[in-house]
Design a protein around this ligand. Structure first.
Ligand code: ZN
Length: 199
């Protein structure tokens, strides 16, 4: 019923998370009515984010260029590494202002049911960083979910055998079980970070 170009826009918008057909149609009509500059700016921003943002060669956080802003910041403490599942987990931890170390982004969590094995995550790269650098503590900040916990246990085991002198800690309880770090409020997450315990 819609003109083909409009239908294509609706189809693409409906692929976004949380956007159903009706919302996609509403957004498509909004784009259609919008000033050309605004609509082209949206298209350009989407293109630019795909062309210019990649993964940091050190920590696998999002980066414009080879290194992310945190790895490039010499004031960040290289002796403490915070291990998270996704790049989206870095921001909420940064917002707590409790953490001055560096990150390591795994790119997911272990989930044998979904076919996610250790070699699918940046775990080998984490071990290499810990073994080669001056890391004294690794904070396992994977999500408090079944897969996040399994991932933390797996890495804690791996680190114990490879780097017995490194302290391995886990975020303190207080985070909603089964929840996602990304949605934790700053105060709760800050407390969980401050009260981290050895595993
Ligand atoms: Zn980095």
């Amino acid at each position: 019923m819609l003109a083909p170009p409009l239908q294509r826009l609706v189809t693409e918008l409906a692929k976004l998370p949380g956007i159903g057909q009706r919302t996609a149609q509403r957004l498509a009509f909004h784009v259609l009515r919008a000033d050309p500059e605004d609509a082209f700016a949206l298209a350009a921003a989407i293109r630019e984010v795909k062309e210019r943002i990649g993964l940091c060669e050190i920590c696998f956080n999002l980066a414009e260029g080879p290194r992310c802003t945190i790895c490039a910041d010499e004031r960040r403490d290289p002796s403490v590494l915070c291990v998270v599942e996704e790049p989206g987990d870095v921001l909420p931890i940064e917002r707590t202002h409790e953490f001055r170390g560096r990150y390591h982004v795994l790119g997911g969590a272990l989930s044998p049911i979904d076919g996610v094995e250790p070699e699918d995550l940046k775990i080998t790269q984490l071990y290499a960083r810990v073994e080669s650098g001056d890391v004294t503590e690794v904070v396992l900040a994977t999500n408090p979910t079944t897969t996040g916990e399994a991932t933390a246990l797996h890495i804690a085991d791996g680190l114990r055998s490879r780097a017995p002198d490194v302290t391995v800690t886990r975020l303190a309880s207080g985070l909603p079980v089964g929840g996602d770090l990304e949605y934790a409020d700053e105060v709760t997450l800050g407390r969980a970070l401050a009260g981290r315990r050895a595993v």
